[in-house]
Design a binder for this molecule. Sequence first.
Ligand code: DHB
Ligand code: MG
Length: 219
Amino acid sequence: MDVWKAVDSFLAETVVHEDDALIKALANSREHGLPDWEVSPPQGQFLYILARMVKARRILELGSLGGYSAIWLARALPPDGRLVSVEYDPLFAQVARENINNAGLSSLVHIIQGDAAVILDELIKNGEPPFDMIFIDADKPNYSLYLSLVLNLARKGTIIFGDNVVRNGGLADANSKDPKVRGVRRYVNDLGTLTNVVTTCLQTVGSKGYDGFTISVVE
Ligand code: DHB
Ligand code: MG
């Protein structure tokens, strides 16, 4: 919808300022042919504010893509904070590292390339301390698997954010054959069965279309 884009443009002129590093990260990602699945600037700034609200010192991201959301999130960290970001695609991981380096954030951000399920297993086995905030933004068919794993890397109060779950309304379609829709439906369903996790889901519109996210707190 044009009006959703117009509002995001107005927000870009007023409250949400993408700086050079973010603009360059997007340009570099497009040059390398990465899909334009980044969060929009208002969503990126929302992630930043959220991380500040919970005073996050340790953030876990699944699905780095080109590191755009990692830049927003890492900027919310204190100087001794840490963002661990997992990316399956070797090219995406390489571009993310370039963009993070260019943003001057490489001391805060650790990009791990590989299968998130394997890497999460390793982090759990190696006694990785809990994260304050977990941003799930990787392959949608495996969201529910990732949820079951990241619960082992959470503590009471950890915020779990699940990106792109509304999918143009697909979330409401019980008969969908789309593996991404089926994946996010299962994820939301699983969240609803957890007695120690409180979840809501907000629908969003903007330059990236009609989508939405879950946000959960571990009790
Ligand atoms: C898709 C994934 C994303 O993380 C996103 O922000 C938008 C789209 C996708 O897989 O279609
Ligand atoms: Mg996403």
